[in-house]
Structure formats: C-alpha cells, structure tokens
Design a protein around this ligand. Structure first.
Ligand code: ADP
Ligand code: MG
Length: 247
C-alpha cells in the first residue's frame, strides 16, 4: 500500500515478515516546513504572542530519533517503534488501526480523544510542545492504544502560544466533523488534557483552532462548531474548574 501526503512519501512494506512504514522526505518537504514555520511566526505576531519559529533541519531528525522516543516513553507518551532513521528517511512499525482522524471520522470513539488529551497534557507538563498536533499525527493500534507519530516539530517550549498551537491544531483538524461528534471529541480531549495539566486552557487555543481549522478541515460544520466555542469554554469552567484566560 502506498499513499501520498503533502509532506512525506509514506509507504508500507514488509521487512523480515513484519509490516513497517517507510517515510521519505519529498523534494517539496523543505518548502512545506518553511511554510509551516513562517505561518507559526506570522500567527504569533498577529495574535500578539511573538514567538521564534520552530527549528528545522537536523533538529527534526533528532526529534524523530531513538532518544526522543525513549524520553517520550518515560513521560508516558507511546510512539511506534523506530527501526532506522537518516536525515531523509525513517522506518517505524506499521500501526494497523489507522490515524486518529480516520478512526474518529468513522465511528463514535471519542474516548480515544481523551487519550490524545492526556498525551498532549503530558508533553506540556514536561515543558515541551508538539507544534503540529493534528489528529492525523496520532495512530490507533488494533488494541485501541493511542500512539504519537510525526515528532519532527517538537520544541522545548511552554509559552501560551506554543500550548495553544497544540490544542488549536488538534481541535482544528477535527472541526470538519459532524457537530455532535465534534462536541463529544472536544469534551473528551479537554477532559484528558485537564486530568494531566490541571490548568486553564488558554483562550488563544480557540482562536488558533478556528484559524487552523480553516485550512485543516474546511466544511460547513466548521462554521457551526466555531460558533459554539465561547459558551463551551464557560461550561468547562463549571465542569472542570478551569477558567477562560483572555489572550
Ligand atoms: N507508523 C505508522 N503506521 C501506520 N500509518 C502511519 C504510520 N506513520 C504514519 N502513518 C500514516 O501516514 C500519515 C502521515 O504520516 P506522518 O508521519 O504524519 O507524515 P507527515 O510528515 O507527512 O505528516 C499519518 O497521518 C498516518 O495516516
Ligand atoms: Mg503528519
């Protein structure tokens, strides 16, 4: 099986009787990395939280490497086993259940979003952020464990902007789903996140969700799901005891 994705060429092959995923950088990958980084900086300035762009290049290979995966494992963030890595290619275990976006789109599995919330919260507690935290970057195993893949952009940052990028890009990637389903997912994600971080969700994450959602999942549901936003955050304050922090 083989599918093309905007950043990397992903292929699934058999190696020593085991299915593995090979990810090769495309020629256009550098350009896309720069676009992501530039958008990050421009958004941070527009939203009055100026932030230096995430690092590219060798840092991205280190982020995907054995050491980082071990560190994440210690934090309670499981990732697929890495088989080998170079600056232009990596091989990791194939995870059969598909990415979290596919799984959430295809059924009522919002408890899996709770796990994504836990993973995001654990990373933030350690002072790091994913920056590119789309639901497509989570994988679901056949025993329904949620793993994190695509680690290239992890940064040692815990600014409000970086944290909001993670929450915003996760929720933004799902804004295109049916409203009821989106609401369940958002609740589950917040509950998982709160169970780890026990701190308020920055209001900026809602703004980023809406901006990023435009690119990540444009559809008519996007409009309805955004309009529900501010009331929802107020109700989380009642439910989980955290309050809305203004930008
Ligand atoms: N280990 C894996 N097992 C199964 N599918 C995977 C695996 N890694 C990635 N994928 C699939 O490929 C997609 C893109 O992979 P990702 O690592 O996010 O690359 P990119 O840098 O292009 O975003 C994921 O959304 C997922 O659907
Ligand atoms: Mg990805």
């Amino acid at each position: 099986m083989y599918f093309v994705n905007w950043q990397r060429e992903i292929s699934i092959v058999e190696m020593n009787g085991k299915k593995v995923v090979v990810k090769r950088n495309k020629l256009s990958k550098n350009l896309h990395d720069y676009l992501l980084v530039i958008s990050y900086s421009i958004l941070s300035i527009l939203l009055a939280h100026p932030s230096a762009p995430p690092e590219l290049g060798s840092k991205m290979t280190l982020n995907e490497g054995f050491e980082m995966r071990e560190k994440l494992q210690l934090l309670g963030i499981p990732t697929p086993s890495l088989i080998s890595i170079t600056s232009s290619m990596l091989i990791e275990d194939f995870i059969a259940g598909g990415n979290l976006h596919q799984v959430l789109s295809n059924g009522r599995n919002s408890s899996l979003a709770f796990n994504a919330g836990i993973i995001t919260g654990r990373l933030h507690k350690s002072g790091y952020s994913f920056i590119d935290n789309k639901s497509q970057n989570y994988l679901v195993t056949s025993s329904r464990q949620v793993l994190r893949t695509d680690l290239a952009f992890i940064q040692k940052r815990d600014s409000i902007f970086a944290i909001s990028m993670d929450i915003g890009s996760f929720l933004g990637s799902l804004l295109g789903l049916d409203c009821k389903k989106y609401e369940e997912i958002e609740n589950a994600f917040y509950a998982g996140y709160y169970s780890e971080v026990k701190a308020r969700i920055p209001y900026l994450s809602l703004i980023l969700r809406n901006i990023l959602g435009f690119g990540l999942s444009f559809s008519s549901n996007w409009i309805q799901n955004i309009l529900q936003g501010p009331d929802k955050l107020l109700s989380y304050r009642r439910k989980f005891g955290f309050s809305v922090k203004s930008p």
